[in-house]
Design a protein around this ligand. Structure first.
Ligand SMILES: Nc1ncnc2c1ncn2[C@@H]1O[C@H](COP(=O)(O)OP(=O)(O)OP(=O)(O)O)[C@@H](O)[C@H]1O
Ligand SMILES: [Mg+2]
Length: 296
């Protein structure tokens, strides 16, 4: 037999939890049935606890009737495998020249290890996920990146065409797609695509309501390292030309602008190291990170 005190006043901390759920209701109603594309950066994949929280958030979104699609990176993971294998890399303007051996390693690491690790975390959180690459079901067809200065980067591609069939098939079966940024080119070769660019092309093809890019910084920072919370395409052009936005942040912001122009509801760059950052963005008035484009 169990007993409790006679008072029917609920425990304040439990009440706060109930209130949080009720506050989320309008957001849940607004997002139900919509697609969210989440780019999970290789740099944001830190410790096991962060990965566990990320996976739990993805499963929660799915449970709330949202269709999440995960596209992941893996720059650091590819780098450390190349080092272990003793494969030397050549860089041009900070970009890794991807020869035949390097693209093999990239495919092995991204589609074989990183993707399956995320699938495992989602499974542990009680969800069902499938790790695929752009090759599966012709999800993404690539073309070789041609640089204006003529530098040959090897097997570095960009998305030419997206066929959403495999995503729709998995999603309608209750399976969360986890996509590695590898695709076949029109020439039949395998290409490694920048994961941000890959995610943006998929977000546009799916008409995603939200495009979240989880990385290892708070968002886009200015020269004084302050967070820029909203950016227009014009702001972005200025910040790239004056050198404020550099390195891996360039494809990220360019992808966001393109995705929003192509009909994605809003693109948000978020700090993947912050626990439950996607939920904070979705369920609070003024979210975290840098918003590019108008919210639907
Ligand atoms: N203005 C800026 N604000 C914030 N970060 C910037 C800025 N300019 C350059 N960066 C760099 O961009 C990095 C994020 O891009 P990066 O490609 O390294 O990570 P990612 O895309 O999350 O991971 P991956 O490429 O493995 O998928 C930051 O860690 C930072 O060093
Ligand atoms: Mg990157």
């Amino acid at each position: 037999m169990a007993t409790t005190s006679e008072s029917n006043a609920p425990d304040p901390s439990l009440l706060a939890k109930a209130e949080t759920l009720v506050e989320a209701l309008p957001y849940l109603q607004r997002y139900a049935g919509q697609t969210f594309v989440v780019k999970y950066g290789g740099h944001a994949m830190g410790d096991a606890e962060t990965a566990r929280q990320f996976a739990a958030d993805i499963v929660l979104l799915r449970q709330c009737g949202i269709n999440p699609v995960v596209v992941h990176g893996g720059g650091p993971q590819i780098g450390s495998m190349l080092k272990r294998l003793g494969v030397e890399s050549r860089f041009v303007d900070g970009l890794r020249v991807t020869d035949a051996v390097t693209v093999d390693v990239a495919e092995m690491v991204l589609a074989g290890a990183v993707g399956k690790e995320i699938v495992g975390w989602i499974g542990t959180a009680g969800g069902r996920a499938a790790g695929i690459s752009g090759k599966d079901g012709w999800l993404v067809t690539a073309r070789k990146v041609e640089r204006p200065d003529g530098t040959d980067l090897g097997y570095v591609g960009e998305p030419l065409h997206v066929d959403r069939t495999i995503i729709d098939t998995l999603t309608s079966a209750g399976i969360i797609p986890v996509v590695a940024p590898i695709a076949i080119g029109t020439d039949g070769w395998t290409y490694n695509i920048n994961a941000d660019t890959m995610a943006g092309a998929i977000a546009a093809a799916l008409g995603a309501a939200r495009f979240f890019l989880l990385t290892d910084v708070a968002g886009v920072l200015d020269k004084q390292k302050r967070l820029l919370t909203d950016l227009s395409p014009n702001d972005i052009t200025t910040l790239i030309s004056d050198g404020t936005i550099a390195g891996g942040m360039i494809p990220k912001v360019e992808t966001c602008v393109k995705a929003v122009e192509q009909g994605v509801g809003a693109a948000v760059i978020l700090d993947g190291r912050v626990p439950h950052v996607m939920l904070l963005e979705m369920f609070t008035q003024r979210g975290a990170g840098t918003l590019i484009g108008r919210a639907a």
